[in-house]
Ligand binder design. Sequence first.
Ligand SMILES: NC(=O)C1=CN([C@@H]2O[C@H](COP(=O)(O)OP(=O)(O)OC[C@H]3O[C@@H](n4cnc5c(N)ncnc54)[C@H](OP(=O)(O)O)[C@@H]3O)[C@@H](O)[C@H]2O)C=CC1
Ligand SMILES: O=C(CO)[C@H](O)[C@H](O)COP(=O)(O)O
Length: 503
Amino acid sequence: MAIEKVAMIGAGAMGGGMTLLMAENGISVSIQDPSSKTVDALIKSAEEQGIHSKLSKYENYKDLCASLGSPKVIFFSLPHGTVGDTVVEGLYKYLDKGDVIVDCSNEEWGNTQRRQGKLVAQGVYYIGCGVSGGYQAARRGPSMCPGGQEAALDIMMPLFEKMAAKATDGTPCVAKIGMGGAGHYVKMIHNGIEHGMMSCISEAWEIMNKHMGMKYDDIGKVFEKWSAEGELKNTFLVKIGAEICEQKDKSGHHVLGDVQDKVVQDIDGSEGTGIWSNTQATSLHVPAPTLSTAHYLRIVSAFRGQRKHVAETFHGSFLPQKFSFSSASEQDAFIEDLRLAVYSTCLAAYVQGISIIDVADKQNKWCIDFENIVKIWRAGCIIQADHISSLLAAIFHPTSTSPHKNHNLLYEPTIVADLKKGFESLKRVVAKGVQENCVVPSMSATLEWLKYSGNLELPTQFYEAELDYFGKHMYDSKKLDGKTDSEESLPETGKRHFEWKPA
Ligand SMILES: NC(=O)C1=CN([C@@H]2O[C@H](COP(=O)(O)OP(=O)(O)OC[C@H]3O[C@@H](n4cnc5c(N)ncnc54)[C@H](OP(=O)(O)O)[C@@H]3O)[C@@H](O)[C@H]2O)C=CC1
Ligand SMILES: O=C(CO)[C@H](O)[C@H](O)COP(=O)(O)O
């Protein structure tokens, strides 16, 4: 049965956009938001866009629920955490068996599963559906990442398919992701990957601008070229990077020139995906340094006042240095290195993110469909990148003969070939960056990750000895225990202790 009427709770940037998108697709939307003005503005905007009589405003949950058909379908687009809990609490008594809540917020997946558990007793479904692409995509068609009970997903898929962004082959960028909180989990990791990608693109921008003295418009042209062909073709964040570099305000000044260097949403709590994805990486024992260094850069950036103090006390001793090139071709060669360094870092962010999802999936038994993740990440979403998408599509295609185990993409020949191709460029960029005091956290972390991930002579040989010396933490002997390492089983405590210095 086609859904003709839904509710939207939370009519801000995303909820408002999705409301208009659904209304445009013939769906009536009952809206509830604490700000009457927000809802009035949305209804006015719908009329101005030729969408007539599809939206109505409700002040309370009783009337809102009474306005819906059966099953009631209620979308959320809300701040994460307690707000969602309060709304579920308020709605609870008006919900009936078979009703569906579709939470399109960036909600923490544990909250999603807790709410699913609470509502299941009443037979009410709760879908955690991460949406991506920002407010423009919410209006035009976002990438949608729904997870939850199969029966609820079956009810919702036809509407989701209407709403979602369409890939170049016309297929919608929405698919069933898995059970429980899988949808919100995958969206969370999408944002973790997004942060790694944004960090390296920003690091490249800073090198070109502050160290190479390139003007915004010229950097814009470089980004345009990068996103037109090759490994970074149609990489959304590079593409919008070009527009950001070139955009001028009414008085002819570059808007970017006036943007302060602060990212605050982790600190003010308005977004949590970066914190959660990094917490997941460490607690699931997945090395994700590209994601986590990007996150540390965001954190330090937020505290500008503290940076100011530190700058006065000691930062002056490592001020950014200008690059000097002996010829234009040498500069062009460096820009090509930069392109490959950015690509390698973006690819590393994907590899690390997929590994986190894989471990969480096994632990939570969500049965995540990785092929569907690739489908969702083709268009509409912030991390869309044509080349990476085609690599992943081949790897996760059902007929693929790829040797992957545990979805560790470092086992994949095509991924390894690209990372190998980018390695020397990444190294040259990081080396120059280190030399000239550039801020290159995500690129240098990626380089280190590449160096240590397949290394059988790590400095942890010495580390382990120190641990055994002071803590009797035990170690494995190279001679006696070395052959026991296995990919599948969990690492075990060492079997030996040496009495380095008797107590
Ligand atoms: N902006 C983006 O690019 C993206 C955001 N998201 C996620 O989507 C969600 C919404 O984000 P966004 O639209 O940007 O944020 P907004 O702040 O623009 O929208 C949130 C809306 O929820 C309303 N709200 C707050 N409390 C309640 C409540 N108790 N009942 C009903 N409505 C309430 C707010 O009203 P008021 O302002 O009056 O408090 C506001 O209108 C977030 O979870 C965000 O992480 C996901 C993808 C992209
Ligand atoms: O979810 C998003 C995109 O995918 C939103 O744009 C989100 O607001 C980004 O915020 P953050 O950088 O803190 O994750």
